[in-house]
Design a protein around this ligand. Structure first.
Ligand SMILES: *Cc1c(COP(=O)(O)O)cnc(C)c1O
Length: 412
């Protein structure tokens, strides 16, 4: 199954069912981009869309564009485009704020729905912003709330004890890349009387997500990773239909009001997902996000997941063949993997920097991990074949030892 030659890779690329999607992107020439899990590449349509939004809609349309250009509709419109990618009903998703802010809003709402319980369970290996946000939220709830971050193996038993109000989990872990069984964890939370809030940042646009079918209560995820919405793109959030009229945002800003332009003195939550908006929508960011999400038109996420796993398998296999034993490899089995893998090496940071200079972009995650993402819509097997060879060469020729590669930048 793993292609055994570069020619075999080219043959796979020639009959790639996702090849049509590649034309929707404009990666810089000469670069193999294995970091689409951190910041997706620029879609071809985005620059013209942004120019039009700025010059025509803003420049000439001015404030009238809130109505005439559908700016006010953008959070719901983009939400409707994201909904099928996460298995939600069309009205179940809205684009707003950041993943961090949405986690705050949703976790606060969940705690309101479980007033008799104060325990929030999460994975100790969770992306830190989730932990920080929950810790910050605990200070404001006005009653005793404990955030307990546990190793994955201890989460289930802790949940089964029946004391938790809420389980917060990433669908795909940002380091290890393992996919959690959303339906099973959600059912386990519900059986224990808890609600389940999913962070979809590393799974949306990379593996199929079934929010509706899995019974998930709440979810949020990133717009700038596999959705290709651009740096700092708005995030999105989801609330299960059964909670939509009962749960509400603690950030009860005017854009989530039932009638923002009635300028009433008291807050009344808006209909459906509109109540999760806080302030004025970021129109430029939403325009870019809309183009990013539109790159998924006609794209089958099962095919994306299958190709992405085949690409990461190829990469691991080739690195292991060309540099046997050089890297610690502990990836989950392909079938339980999201879109990225990590390799351990004591000089991971310098290696990543040297590799980027050589034309293959990955990233570094502490303490000693090289992380590589395999965004299936725009990568080829041949590129990944070459990228593995380049990593082996960079390691072997020792160029990564140059002191400049050890200088840590603000963003790693
Ligand atoms: C990328 C990521 C985030 C980022 O949150 P922002 O508020 O957009 O910075 C949050 N959670 C997870 C799991 C992520 O991977």
């Amino acid at each position: 199954m793993i292609p055994a030659s570069r020619a075999a890779c080219e043959a796979l690329d020639a009959r790639d069912p996702l090849a049509f999607a590649r034309a929707r992107f404009a990666p810089p020439p000469g670069v193999t981009y294995l970091d689409g899990n951190s910041l997706g590449v620029l879609p071809r349509a985005t620059a013209a869309r942004l120019a039009d939004t700025v010059e025509r809609e803003w420049g000439r349309g001015l404030i009238g564009s809130w109505n005439a250009a559908g700016w006010i509709e953008a959070p719901a419109r983009v939400g409707r485009l994201i909904a099928p990618l996460v298995g939600a009903d069309p009205e179940g998703v809205i684009a707003a704020d950041t993943t961090s802010a949405n986690l705050f809003k949703l976790a606060a709402a969940a705690l309101e729905l479980r007033p008799e319980r104060g325990l929030v369970l999460c994975d100790a290996a969770e992306f830190p912003t989730d932990l920080y946000i929950l810790q910050g939220l605990a200070r404001f709830v006005g009653r005793e709330v404990e955030v307990r971050a546990l190793p994955q193996a201890e989460l289930g038993p802790a949940l089964d004890a029946g004391e938790a109000a809420l389980l917060v989990l990433s669908h795909v872990n940002y380091v290890r890349g393992d996919v959690r069984d959303m339906a099973a964890w959600t059912a386990r939370a519900h059986a224990a009387g808890a609600l389940a809030l999913w962070d979809l940042s590393h799974s949306t646009g990379c593996v199929p997500v079934e929010l509706g079918a899995s019974g998930a209560d709440f979810a949020t995820g990133c717009g700038y990773k596999y959705l290709n919405g651009g740096p700092g793109a708005p995030a999105f959030l989801y609330v299960a239909p059964r909670w939509r009229d009962r749960a509400g945002s603690p950030l009860s800003g005017w854009m989530g009001h039932a009638a923002p332009f009635a300028f009433e003195g008291g807050y009344r939550p808006g209909e459906g997902m509109a109540r999760w908006l806080c302030g004025t929508p970021p129109v430029l960011g939403l325009a870019a996000l809309e183009e990013g999400v539109r790159t998924f038109e006609g794209v089958d996420l099962a095919a994306v997941a299958a190709k992405s796993r085949a690409l990461s398998e190829l990469f691991l296999h080739r690195v292991d063949a060309l540099a046997p034993g050089a890297f610690a490899m502990d990836a989950p089995p392909a079938a339980e993997r999201g879109g990225h893998v990590v390799l351990g090496h004591p000089h991971a940071y310098a290696l990543v920097q040297a590799l980027i200079e050589a034309g293959v972009v990955g990233d570094f995650r502490r303490p000693d991990l090289l992380r590589f993402g395999f965004a299936a819509p725009y990568l080829t097997f041949a590129e990944v074949w070459d990228a593995a060879a380049l990593l082996a060469r960079v390691l072997e020729d020792g160029r990564w030892r140059e002191p400049r590669f050890a200088v840590r930048a603000a963003v790693t």
